[in-house]
Write a protein that binds this ligand. Structure first.
Ligand code: AKB
Length: 310
């Protein structure tokens, strides 16, 4: 059985992925790591700086790790405030992992990309796997470059690096931080605390989304698939459903007529406008049987249930 390391384990995807992986991986074979001193979980935890190749290599060798889920990144909105830091973290941490895979120190890698690789020149609706890509954010540029590097390493050095282009991820446990799609989680927390929500996107901004359980299932399914079945060596399009802020607002207003949402778009509107309205994920469906379990309604109901909203 592989010994597994999650890099960036304390974030939105990492915190849920560790719980799901722990169901099939022995306690002493699963390692979490992040830049924080401690994990909020009881799993084995290593404080690792993903920007230090030596630190990563030492921890990976010491613990005989063969599979890495590299999730550490700065997202789209925050990335615009700290462009150099974003480029440095997003690219150089990936290179560290890719080089460890090239040296055959690690055998298998998962690394998330994003719909942020698309831009104004990409097709807007049912955006296909292959289309023009001119990302307008530093985050998107780093993800597009990262995808191409994954493909390059897979082809030139026979590494096994797998990736998904995530849409906005809607989660109940750990919130996202610094993304353009964060409103889709924040709005539930405002509702729960009895406050109206000030939305930073226009009401009809339609974006592709995925519920966290589906996102985690997709990662696990992709990682279990035989490498020979994977036609995409860069990153697979996937999506759960598409929605706008108004669609969630209407659902929440049905629960409480007093709840109100004001729309005051900021710099994140241009980012959202450059992204697809919906995604065509046929390669994922054909190559590794991807299928979402959560549509819009089911996601809203599940969020209400998980957040214990009365
Ligand atoms: C973001 O909004 O930056 C992320 C993403 C779509 O990659 N959630």
């Amino acid at each position: 059985m592989s010994r597994v390391l999650i890099v960036g384990s304390e974030g939105q995807i990492g915190s849920q992925l560790s719980v799901e992986l722990s169901k099939t991986i022995d306690f002493d074979k699963l390692f979490l790591s992040d830049i924080k001193d401690k994990s909020k979980t009881d799993f084995k935890y290593l404080k690792v700086d993903a920007l230090s190749y030596d630190d990563l290599k030492k921890n990976i060798l010491d613990n005989d790790i063969s599979e890495v889920y590299h999730l550490a990144a700065i997202l789209s909105a925050k990335g615009e405030k700290v462009p150099k830091k974003t480029w440095n973290l997003n690219m150089n941490s990936l290179f560290n992992i890719l080089n460890l895979a090239k040296e055959k120190i690690i055998k298998k890698v998962f690394w998330p990309s994003s719909i942020a690789v698309f831009g104004d020149s990409s097709s807007k609706n049912e955006t296909p796997q292959f289309t023009d890509k001119e990302p307008i954010t530093v985050y998107g540029i780093s993800k597009l470059a990262g995808e191409n590097w994954c493909k390059y390493y897979n082809e030139a050095y026979d590494t096994d690096v797998r990736s998904l282009r995530f849409p906005g991820v809607i989660s109940y446990d750990t919130p996202p931080g610094g993304g353009t799609t964060d409103y889709a989680v924040d709005i539930f927390h405002s509702f729960k605390s009895g406050k109206n929500y000030n939305c930073f996107l226009n009401e009809d901004t339609t974006l592709p989304m995925i519920y966290i359980d589906d996102a985690i299932n997709a990662i696990i399914k992709l990682m279990k698939t035989s490498k020979d079945n994977l036609r995409i060596k860069s990153s697979y399009n996937i999506s759960g459903f598409s929605m706008s802020p108004k669609m969630i607002a209407d659902e929440l207003k049905n629960l409480n007529k007093e709840f109100d949402v004001e729309y005051n778009s900021d710099f994140r509107q241009a980012i959202a406008d450059s992204w697809p309205n919906s995604i065509m994920d046929n390669y994922a469906r054909e190559d590794w049987d991807w299928k979402e379990n959560f549509d819009f309604k089911k996601t809203v109901n599940e969020m209400i249930h998980k957040l214990n909203i009365k």
